[in-house]
Design a protein around this ligand. Structure first.
Ligand code: NIG
Ligand code: FE
Length: 422
């Protein structure tokens, strides 16, 4: 029933341009200026309570969405939809915003199947495994690194992710970190410098010298390609003082902080994130009441990454506690070859509902509008007039099916910037 005057891009084109910015999009991804209505949507998640029911997901039933160019221009009931050039029949299925995955590590090479296997036989996870990936990443060609990145962006897009942040952190030399970020910046606007992931082996005896590198020449080489600066604040990685030095140096270069905080143990990461107005404190698995209070009284989003707890057999972060305290919660994959090798936001939604105390509405909000908040964006994560037309059509009558039907590939179409890419 689709009646678009321009053919959909080929799978290769969609893959190549998977997450590129509008300013750098190829002609294949340029949205047509013709208007298109998606009609007979059984349940439309807008994430704007003023447009739909009073729930946080702003649900409209029997709904329609109108897209023009790369933007949403109208939402409402199907019976009131304006005339458009083209029409897509949703046929009683659900539409929600494209997922905003605000935390991934896709610039890597190598494989850690054996480490996962050992963990599932009882060995515990530690930050040290990162060094295995560092060795493989340093040895990889640019072409191989970029191919791996593009493959995972495309894999995520097929599962409904229309915005994906990604980080360096497996290079850990000025040259290798800058290379990773340069490649990342070709494919997404949301690029994070994570030179402070762990101390690499050649600096094992002098971590202070490594912090000087991260805050000096490495930062200079990386800052032109990144929007964000991150640090793994954890035992075995960087302590609170080192993390503060890294984030402060990044801020002086115009990068905005986000923090890997309180993943494996209690520690200063979350409070440091709040103190520095980080956009997000990520993981938040081990939190004191003071940590929760600090988040609740800040603009810092708590980004929960249940794929990591799943793949390391760790205790779940307590989303209910955070939500009840008034904290803004995002849900992301943390896709990386060590602690969470999944690119599936629907899988994370199902885990969050089943094991972390979230309702389906809350989990879907966190994986869309929550991810946007963690990236300080208001142009994505919502289906409202003026927002980018990043939409997911599910082969299900409700967004609740994302948790109700775990592991089932429900994403049946994806629009990114107004173009149907899946
Ligand atoms: O977010 N916590 C630090 N970094 C990643 C793990 C990376 C790895 O194990 O390779 C994470 O879980
Ligand atoms: Fe991470």
């Amino acid at each position: 029933m689709r009646a678009s005057p321009t053919p959909a891009p080929t799978a290769d084109q969609a893959t190549k341009d998977a997450m590129s910015s509008p300013s750098t999009a190829s002609p294949a991804e340029s949205a047509s200026t013709a208007s298109t209505v998606i009609t007979n949507i059984a349940a439309l998640v807008t994430n704007d309570p003023s447009l739909g029911d009073d729930s946080p997901v702003g649900l409209i039933r029997d709904a329609a969405v109108v897209i023009e160019g790369d933007r949403v221009v109208w939402t409402g009931e199907t019976s009131k939809a304006p005339a458009t050039d083209n029409r897509v029949e949703a046929d009683g299925r659900a539409v929600l915003p494209g997922f905003v995955d605000s935390h991934s590590h896709l610039l890597f090479a190598g494989d850690r199947t054996e480490e996962f296997n050992a963990r599932m036989s009882g060995r515990s996870y530690s930050a040290g495994g990162i060094r295995t990936t560092v060795a493989a990443t340093r040895a990889a060609s640019d072409t191989d690194l970029e191919r791996t990145l593009v493959r995972h962006l495309a894999e995520a897009l097929r599962q409904g992710t229309t915005t994906m942040e990604t980080k360096s952190g497996y290079g850990l030399s000025a040259e290798d970190e800058a290379r990773a970020l340069r490649l990342a910046a070709r494919h997404t606007d949301e690029v994070t410098y994570l030179g402070a992931h762990v101390v690499p082996p050649e600096y094992a005896d002098d971590p202070a010298a490594y912090v000087e590198l991260v805050t000096g020449p490495m930062l200079d080489a990386c800052a032109p390609y990144a929007r964000w600066i991150d640090v793994f604040c954890e035992e075995g990685a960087f302590d609170g003082d080192q993390a503060r030095a890294v984030l402060s140096a990044g801020r002086e270069k115009g990068l905005h902080p986000r923090v890997h905080a309180n993943q494996l143990s209690y520690g200063p990461g979350v409070r440091l994130a709040v103190e520095l107005d980080a956009a997000s404190a990520d993981h938040c698995t081990h939190l004191t009441d003071a940590d929760v209070d600090a988040l609740a009284n800040s603009r810092t989003v708590a980004t929960l990454l249940p794929g990591a707890e799943f793949s390391t057999r760790a205790a779940w972060p307590d989303a209910r506690r955070l939500l009840d305290a008034g904290v803004t919660v995002a849900l992301s994959t943390d896709c990386n070859p060590g602690s969470s090798f999944t690119s599936s936001v629907p899988f994370c939604v199902a885990l969050a509902v089943r094991d972390m105390g979230m309702t389906p509405d809350e989990a879907v909000w966190s994986a869309t509008a929550g991810g946007a908040a963690a990236l300080r964006r208001t142009d994505i994560g919502r289906i409202v007039p003026g927002a980018y037309a990043d939409l997911v059509l599910l082969d299900a009558p409700s967004h609740v099916h994302l948790a109700y039907r775990p592991g089932v590939p429900l994403v049946s179409a994806v629009w990114r910037r107004g173009v149907r890419v899946v």
